[in-house]
Design a protein around this ligand. Structure first.
Ligand SMILES: *[C@@H]1O[C@H](CO)[C@@H](O)[C@H](O)[C@H]1NC(C)=O
Ligand SMILES: *[C@@H]1O[C@H](CO)[C@@H](O)[C@H](O)[C@H]1NC(C)=O
Ligand SMILES: *[C@@H]1O[C@H](CO)[C@@H](O)[C@H](O)[C@H]1NC(C)=O
Length: 770
């Protein structure tokens, strides 16, 4: 049947649909197109059947079938119009090399099974570039890079022939061209034509010939995307210690700026679950970019049949990462009421218009040349399945944008278009036609599931730059408690012959843990103390002793004196209840171990996304401890009622920092040790923050075992410690069943009041105290 038939059927159906219930569309039977060895899921309100296969397999001959107007399943793309064979799950295989120049390879197959290898050798006189042996990987791609046998004669290096491709063009002098094609059945990513440039570099990006069943693993996406983005986004900071792996260059010159457009496909074919995951991945991306100290302007839009611009680059708040993150978080899949179609062209037009609008504004402000079109770098991040089904090809709009920004020789740096394809319906050639093609960089990614992409963006942020990345918790769905709270430590004091006492603390630098002074007695020795950074407190005791970090120095605040008020009849006094433990071994930053942010450090300025060095310590205090009730959190080690496993629970409390402060502090008199105190300010010195009680809401209380742990304020996805848990009016954990009384208040040592001591003790830690 020719392609005209379904179209005709549509026309006939259209008038009927106007009057009838909208659900009366074609109706296909999922059983009629079942897959052998796998399962299928209905999507697009029954309009599409998506196949799923076990790991290491892929659905053949098509990943999806669409319900046609005549209520029969059709493949998504049938080249000759004949119905495709019954679907089955087949083992993933890698396509074999078609051509290889100046050498040979073995074994020779058309398709290779996963784990099989192919080895390349060069003829005499040629030098082999790349690793000679490549392995077929479970995602259908070969390990390593294209192997080339080069005689070094060309002005450009031999560009090689990617596996699955064929090449035309044998000369590699300036202006020489090579052209590539893919073997039948494979789709091309990258550039089909490349020119040897005067710089000795080939134009465009290396092509890749892929089978439709191939996808990028999160690790591949993360490595390629971030090295490319770093090229664009990095601001050099000569004082920063750089990780070896990341490529870093100064690419934003003084006065230059950056616009980032986040373009999110919300059409039917993407599905709500994947839409939410894509949205969360973009929140991570914003976090990553902020961590470079770059504050680009953001444009944010979703699209289906129509684009919906949520943030414009001309909005005054478009460079406020928190604002954009919040807007992104609020995005709802349902906003696109009429979303059956995917109009990528209109979405790109909206981006184009945004640039024109900004240019207009800038010219009105008296600029002779609008910076947006001249010195601003533009980065588009598009997340879509690429199934443009209306509005025509978006490619001409890409050209319009290039023209508007005068992109061309010497100005390629000013535009990067990254396209992330997600889900079963991905249309690779469409994605490839939108994306940038740059030498040694990758701009098109095909991910199997959005969940993978979300993980990728989380991984991307993990770098060993502790200074700028304090207080970073991981919040992807499978993150462990430790990954969410990587600064959390348990402290044990083992006094010979007297048993063990435990406290909590927070990692504040590579060598130091901050905790409460009252966890220790005056004659405690450092070697009795150990610090545990392990997941929960599980595992065998033997294993834990191994992993626990030894303490080499205990430094309590010199003004802390528990018996300081005994002369006045007050048995215990907690003023300056803060201590630092110096660890024997440095704790390298990782997913599961990372310092929390301390007030008045450069890291916190960055976490608060404020300019450095203009932001002062007073600014930090004003931003973190605002007047009124300040939402904060502490960590409580508890048991999961179901699994009985130890968990770290985040408890939300409110610091009374306004009119409710004095009532909070007055309740200190209800503590059994303070019944004889007449003036509460005797024991509640200005060094304390007060939480707990039932006004304005019921706050959970700390327990004895929580002592020394941090009182934390969350700013976006970053965490800043403002207090150390010191003492409480009631030990609510002793009377778990009963509801805590209204006077159950907790007192935390306010870190802003001990800054001179922190600065002095942590002077060597490179925290950049303000
Ligand atoms: C791949 O595996 C299948 C099934 O185990 C086998 O029949 C086939 O020969 C293998 N292919 C190659 C190229 O070795
Ligand atoms: C995302 O899309 C893939 C492919 O269609 C699907 O298997 C997966 O379940 C989706 N994920 C969510 C969270 O909806
Ligand atoms: C309070 O004062 C009474 C009477 O002087 C005394 O017996 C009691 O021990 C004191 N309580 C505390 C907690 O200091």
């Amino acid at each position: 049947m020719g392609p005209a038939a379904p179209l005709l059927a549509c026309l006939l159906l259209a008038p009927l649909r106007l009057g009838a219930a909208p659900s009366k569309g074609p109706n296909c039977d999922p059983q009629a197109a079942a897959i052998v060895g796998g399962s299928s899921k209905l999507q697009r309100q029954g309009g599409a059947l998506v196949y799923q296969c076990p790991a290491g397999q892929y659905p053949y001959p098509t990943p999806v079938r669409l319900c046609r107007a005549d209520s029969r399943w059709s493949p998504l793309s049938s080249r000759d119009g004949r119905p495709l064979a019954k679907a089955e799950c087949r083992a993933v295989q890698c396509p074999g090399p078609v051509e290889f120049e100046n050498g040979q390879f073995h074994p020779r197959h058309t398709l290779y099974n996963v784990s099989q290898t192919v080895t390349f050798e060069c003829f005499e006189g040629y030098t082999l570039r790349g690793a000679p042996t490549r392995t077929c990987q479970p995602n259908g791609k070969w390990s390593g890079e294209t192997v080339v046998c080069d005689d070094g004669e060309g002005q450009c290096p031999d560009p090689g022939i990617p596996i699955g491709a064929m090449k035309d063009g044998q000369h590699y002098r300036v202006e020489d061209r090579v052209r590539y094609r893919c073997r039948r059945g494979l789709e091309m990513l990258g550039s089909s034509e490349r020119t040897c440039q005067e710089s000795g570099v080939w134009s465009g990006a290396e092509p890749e010939c892929r089978d439709r069943s191939t996808y990028d693993t999160p690790e591949e996406v993360s490595a390629a995307f971030i090295s490319s983005l770093a090229e664009t986004a990095e601001v050099a900071d000569p004082n920063r210690t750089l990780s070896d792996t990341a490529k870093r260059k100064i690419r934003i010159e003084p006065g230059g700026s950056m616009n980032i457009y986040l373009v999110l496909d919300a059409s039917d074919s993407v599905g709500e679950g994947n839409f939410s995951l894509a949205r969360d991945a973009l929140v991570q991306l914003i976090e990553k970019i902020s961590s470079y100290g770059v504050s680009p302007r953001y444009g944010l839009l979703t699209f289906a049949t129509d684009p919906k611009v949520v943030v414009r680059t001309t909005d005054p708040q478009s460079s406020d990462a928190n604002y954009v993150s919040d807007k992104l978080g609020e995005l709802k899949y349902q906003t696109h009421a009429l979303r059956s179609g995917t109009n990528t062209r209109r979405a790109l037009e909206a981006v184009h218009n945004m640039i024109i609008e900004q240019e207009h504004d800038e010219l009105q402000q008296g600029h002779k040349v609008a910076p947006v079109a001249n010195s601003t770098r533009h980065v588009l991040v598009i997340m879509t399945d690429g199934n443009t089904n209306m509005g025509g090809s978006p490619e001409p709009v890409v050209h319009q944008i290039r023209e508007l920004l005068s992109i061309g020789r010497n100005r390629e740096d000013y535009l990067d278009i990254y396209v992330f394809g997600v889900g079963a319906l991905v249309n690779l050639p469409n994605l490839n036609s939108l994306a940038s093609h740059k030498s040694d960089e990758k701009h098109v990614f095909s991910v199997q599931d959005m969940k993978d992409l979300q993980k990728t963006f989380h991984h991307m942020i993990d770098e060993s730059e502790t200074l700028s990345m304090c207080g970073m918790g991981w919040e992807f769905p499978e993150a462990s408690d430790r990954q969410k709270n990587p600064w959390h430590v348990s402290i044990k004091v083992t006094r010979p012959g007297k048993g063990v006492e435990s406290c909590k603390g927070a990692l504040v630098s590579e060598y130091f843990v901050l905790t409460a002074a009252h966890c220790f007695n005056i004659d405690d020795q450092a070697q009795w103390i150990s610090v545990d950074l392990e997941e929960g407190a599980g595992g065998s005791p033997g294993a834990r002793a191994d992993r626990g970090n030894r303490v080499v120095a205990l430094r309590s605040h010199p003004k802390y004196h528990i018996g300081g008020l005994q002369g006045a009849g007050v048995p215990e006094f907690y003023d300056y209840d803060v201590a630092l433990l110096k660890l024997e071994k440095k704790v390298p930053s990782s997913f599961t171990a990372r310092p929390i942010c301390l007030p008045c450090t450069e890291g916190t300025t960055r976490a608060l996304r404020k300019p450095h060095p203009q932001t002062t310590c007073k600014d930090h205090e004003r931003l973190l401890l605002t007047a009124g009730e300040v939402q904060a959190l502490f960590l409580h080690e508890g048991k999961d009622p179901q699994s009985q496993k130890k968990t770290l629970q985040r408890q939300t409390v409110h610091i009374k920092n306004g009119v409710k402060k004095s009532a909070c502090e007055a309740d200190a008199k209800k503590a059994s040790i303070y019944v004889n105190v007449t003036d509460v300010s005797q024991v509640v010195t200005p060094r304390f923050l007060c939480t707990g009680g039932i006004d304005p809401v019921v706050d959970p209380n700390t327990c004895k075992g929580d002592s020394g742990g941090p009182l934390i304020i969350a700013k976006g996805k970053r965490y800043v410690q403002v207090g150390v848990i010191s003492w409480g009016v009631v030990d609510v954990c002793k009377q778990r069943q009963k509801q805590a009384p209204a006077h159950a208040r907790d007192f935390h040592l306010n870190l802003f009041t001990v800054l001179p001591w922190l600065r002095e003790q942590l002077a060597e830690e490179g925290l950049g105290f303000l």
